[in-house]
Ligand binder design. Structure first.
Ligand code: FA5
Length: 344
């Protein structure tokens, strides 16, 4: 076969193959095979030197035409294959916009949080403002300045989580009383909600729980004011028929001190495992601020009096929603949590 025929048949062969090709990779291989530096066309053209100048011109022009023809065809095929690939890709990722979207359930407040907010709002409506303190606390604020002696059992390693540096996880919200009285002068009316920690665990005790501290300091504050405020608060949460009982008690930072029980709402006062068969449940400790505490924060105990209280939010949530085990509040079992949907 002469050179002209060889080039023409090479052109035909390439055209046939390019027409049939189905992928961009194969198309590229054909480009290299026919038009590449070591491709078939270049190989044939290497023999051009042996021809006469006229023949070389004629064959050169033919070779260029065939080369352009192959290049055009490759370009055209490339466009077609790219379009096809894009279509296939789009088909794979087709989105059916008529399909209903995945169901995302709206969240709602946890009963501890809704109880905390409800209690806070009752006190805020009576003129108290909200104060805050850290959960990692100094022994000085958690115990010393609250008139809790060094040998008091509450400091025992069994009750308190101590950190290596001597600080501790606060065991109650009462240190916020100290922090507040160190930075503000009377009249003071604050509540301090927050987490507290103790080495304690049974159906009514949790190692982490929430308290709300209350503190009112002014001239002429009496125990009657304390009783009145707590009665208003408890009746707002549990209704006018709730049984309320003040029991004399002892806290180093209040004198006199009391604990307040309310009639057990889980059993209606008949006795159950929540109230340990007594029909009553202790929900808070309270009393008149001890003069030693006033002295520790440089408030004149001759001029000012005050009351303080600290209540357990979980206990109140348990009584309000008749929950018979405190641990249910922390397990995050959705079957439990779902029952509180719709609560503020
Ligand atoms: C105190 O913590 C005092 N700081 C309260 C106080 C404040 C008294 C101001 C006087 C003046 P107590 O340890 O009793 O007191 O705890 C207060 C309330 O927290 C209890 O009545 C109870 O409702 C709740 N409580 C105590 N321990 C736990 C616990 N482990 N889990 C859940 N609730 C608890």
């Amino acid at each position: 076969m002469n050179l002209k025929d060889q080039i023409e048949s090479l052109g035909k062969e390439a055209v046939e193959l390019i027409k049939k090709v189905e992928s961009l990779d194969k198309l590229n291989s054909l480009r290299v095979e026919y038009l590449g530096k070591k491709g078939k066309l270049k190989t044939i053209l290497k023999t051009l030197g042996k021809l006469s100048p006229e023949e070389r011109k004629e064959i050169g022009q033919l070779a260029n035409r065939i080369k352009e023809q192959i290049e055009d065809l490759i370009k055209e095929k490339e466009v077609q294959l790219k379009e096809k690939a894009l279509e296939e890709e789009l088909k794979k990722h087709k989105i059916d916009i008529t399909l209903p979207s995945a169901w995302i359930e709206a969240g709602s407040s946890h009963p501890i949080i809704s109880t905390l907010v409800e209690i806070s709002q009752i006190f805020i409506s009576m003129g108290f403002s909200v104060a805050e303190g850290p959960e990692v606390e100094k022994e000085e604020y958690n115990f010393d300045m609250l008139n809790i002696p060094k040998d008091h059992p509450a400091r025992d390693m069994q009750d308190t989580f101590f950190l290596n540096n001597g600080d501790l996880l606060r065991t109650h919200t009462s240190p916020v009383q100290i922090r507040t009285m160190l930075t503000r002068k009377p009249p003071i009316a604050v509540i301090a909600p927050g987490r507290v920690y103790r080495k304690d665990a049974d159906p009514t005790h949790s190692p982490m729980f929430h308290q709300i501290e209350g503190l009112l300091v002014d001239t002429d504050v009496t125990f009657t004011d304390l009783k009145g405020i707590l009665k208003i608060f408890l009746e707002s949460v549990f209704g006018k028929n709730v049984g309320i009982r003040f029991r004399p008690s002892y806290f180093p930072f209040t004198e006199p001190s009391a604990e307040v029980d309310i009639s057990c709402t889980v059993c209606g006062g008949e006795g159950c495992r929540v109230c340990k068969g007594t029909g009553w449940l202790e929900i808070l400790g309270c009393g008149m601020v001890d003069p030693n505490v006033f002295e520790a924060v440089s408030i004149d105990p001759e001029k000012y009096t005050g009351f303080a209280f600290g209540l357990g939010i979980e206990r109140i949530a348990m009584l309000k929603y008749r929950i018979n085990d405190i641990r249910l509040l922390f397990e995050n079992d959705m079957r439990f949590n779902h029952q509180f949907k719709g609560i503020r």
